[in-house]
Design a protein. Structure first.
Length: 135
């Protein structure tokens, strides 16, 4: 019985990744209104049959935290593979990948090179993939 309850709790946490990330941001930054507005608009964009879009903003404007929340929301909507393209800077790619990983989002984000060098089957599992725009 305990295993069933633990499994149900894990599923609930997994299905509420967006809310979990919003709670994390509220604890660290204290506000989420602009993140929630952007995530809502982006989710509506995806529900209108769009299959890609671009998020951009000024340095230090909160883009990475918003992107973590957005990826969590997209996963909650049952999208299975999320590709996060970053500028052609390896340092920026690694910085963003580390921030996503430290957020606790599930599945654990991986770089494209790590996925290509593994036996992970992205067709069968949820995946968050990081790569440079012009890889």
């Amino acid at each position: 019985m305990a295993n069933t309850s633990e499994h149900a709790q894990r599923l609930t946490r997994k299905q509420n990744r967006y809310e979990n990330q919003l709670d994390r941001v509220k604890r660290t930054m204290g506000f989420t209104k602009s993140i929630e507005d952007t995530v809502l608009a982006s989710a509506q964009n995806l529900s209108s049959e769009a299959n890609s879009f671009v998020i951009y903003g000024e340095p230090q404007s909160g883009k990475t935290e918003m992107m973590i929340c957005l990826v969590a929301k997209i996963l909650d909507l049952d999208f299975r593979t999320i590709v996060v393209l970053v500028n052609d800077s390896i340092d920026l790619q690694n910085q963003n990948l580390r921030r996503f990983q430290s957020s606790g989002i599930s599945p654990t984000p991986m770089s494209l090179s790590d996925i290509l060098n593994s036996d992970l089957n992205v067709k069968k599992k949820e995946s968050i993939v990081f790569c440079k725009k012009n890889s």
